[in-house]
Design a protein around this ligand. Structure first.
Ligand SMILES: Cc1ncc(COP(=O)(O)O)c(C=O)c1O
Length: 468
């Protein structure tokens, strides 16, 4: 076996270049090792792809694709005018520092909730699906289309949702939107047009959604949650927006009794339930809980999104709506933006049909399950005064502690000093406190190689605050 030394980097990369196959993967692995071990320092500039290709006798495309792969994984970044560099966040012991030019996040570590690990985006599968779509796309698909979305995607989604989430629907009842944020805005618009005044919303919840509802001219009525999920006795108005699988951000799964009570309330009040199934794909137990929608398909608008499975930047989500809601939401969607981008919808449809979406979700689930266990044992071992809740599902968990412990502000300030981005529970309430303190930890957010460092920073921050 002959190995070659990559002199232009002044690094010994063990590469077996005799075999033509797998050279790009070897280059990726060699560079990854060099970065992880700290031999290539943060900010270090890599030689041009042309130079590396000439030195190693490789095709330039081989080197380019290795660089692209490492950019996708978050190891390298391409900086306008100054080539390719190692990004800052790979070195476990590195301290907060000014971000290198071209890096948008000023944080060394990011455990903010609400994001998947976007470096896992299935680029190769997406490229393959895009190529298939472009080869076969009919001219008709490039014209204005149905406000509900492309028929291929609605069919693929109806199949997928029935199979994986137990949703009872048909392609005609699916409406594709630019994220759940837009979908909720459309529902709120329709409710306002119908003269509805009040929407029940879990408290705490994702604050943007309260704004979306209020912007449509509706009142938000906060409903408390506990360890069994939303408390149905607090429901009011003509609609409720709920997260039954994994309450956002507290993390409880709505119990079967409360699911029934929620549906009974909706029947009684002639109300509609909006089921925000934002992270239903990521349930870690053997028994997965299916969508609430199956209990009352005529009362529940089911919502799913690619923002947690693929990437929020795609802005692709879907609703499965009761028959009598289809026309009204489709009309609102047409007024908002005609319809979502046809080609992107077709690519997602292909990814779903080819099994690529399922494979990707499985990979992510496995990775997040391991990260969740690491978080759980790191908090149990490193922060005796705190405990974790809501980690049975999803991409985030809540670190809780007694009100006698440190204040949230103190913890956030300590995190800032450690260059750790993390969210305090305080920002999610819709009612004045006092509320129990906590941190909402997005364990899916960092790239894989940044997770151990982020976790270490979290434990240091909490450990210090509890010791003070
Ligand atoms: C509770 C909850 N639901 C849904 C979403 C997804 O919204 P969108 O599809 O607009 O990205 C988010 C995103 O942060 C969220 O926090």
């Amino acid at each position: 076996m002959s190995s070659s030394i990559m002199r232009s980097l002044d690094l010994q990369l063990e590469l077996d270049l005799k075999e033509r196959r797998g050279r790009s993967q070897q280059l990726v692995a060699g560079l990854r090792r060099a970065i992880e071990s700290g031999r290539l320092l943060p900010g270090a500039r890599l030689p041009s792809t042309r130079g590396v290709a000439a030195d190693l006798g490789l095709a330039r495309g081989t080197v380019t694709s290795a660089y692209h792969r490492l950019i996708a994984e978050g190891y390298l970044e391409s900086v306008q005018g100054s080539g390719t560099r190692v990004v800052a966040a790979h070195h476990g012991e590195a301290r907060a520092r000014r971000p290198p030019p071209g890096t948008c996040s000023p944080w060394q570590w990011n455990l903010r909730p609400g994001l998947p690990d976007v470096t896992m985006f299935p680029r190769a599968a997406w490229v393959r699906s895009t190529q298939r779509v472009l080869r076969l796309v009919p001219a008709e698909a490039l014209d204005y289309g149905d406000p509900r979305g492309r028929p291929e995607l609605r069919q693929a989604l109806a199949d997928y949702l029935g199979r994986t989430r137990g949703v009872v629907t048909r392609p005609e009842r699916i409406i594709v939107c630019h994220g759940f944020t837009q979908a909720l805005g459309l529902i709120a618009t329709v409710l306002a047009e119908q003269g509805m005044g009040t929407v029940s919303v879990e408290d705490p919840c994702y604050p943007l959604f309260r704004n979306v509802i209020e912007t449509a001219g509706l009142n938000v009525h906060p409903v408390g949650v506990d360890e069994r999920g939303l408390r149905p006795e607090g429901l009011r108005g003509q609609a409720a927006v709920v997260t039954p699988i994994h309450q956002y951000p507290m993390g409880a799964t709505l119990t079967p009794a409360r699911r029934k009570a929620l549906v009974a309330w909706a029947e009684e009040a002639d109300a509609v339930i909006v089921e925000d199934d934002y992270d239903g794909e990521f349930q870690f137990g053997r028994q997965r809980v299916g969508a609430l929608q199956a209990l009352a398909p005529h009362r529940v608008i089911y919502a799913g999104t690619t923002s947690k499975t693929l990437a929020p930047g795609l802005r692709l989500a879907w609703l499965a709506v009761p028959g009598d809601w289809v026309e009204r939401i489709a009309a609102a969607k047409r007024i908002a933006d005609q319809h979502s981008a046809a080609l992107t919808q077709m690519v997602l449809a292909d990814l779903l049909r080819s099994g690529g979406y399922d494979r990707h979700v499985r990979r992510c689930r496995e990775r997040y399950r391991i990260r969740r266990e690491q978080l759980s044992s790191a908090v149990a071992r490193g922060v005796p005064g705190a405990w974790l809740i809501g980690e049975e599902a999803g991409l985030h968990a809540l670190v809780r502690w007694s009100p006698d412990g440190p204040g949230e502000r103190e913890v956030i300030q300590a995190a800032r000093r450690e260059s750790l981005a993390v969210a305090a529970l305080g920002g999610y309430w819709g009612t004045p406190g006092p509320h129990p303190p906590g941190l909402v930890v997005g364990y899916a957010t960092p790239p894989q190689h940044g997770y151990a460092g982020a976790l270490g920073a979290l434990v240091r921050v909490l450990g210090r605050c509890f010791a003070a």
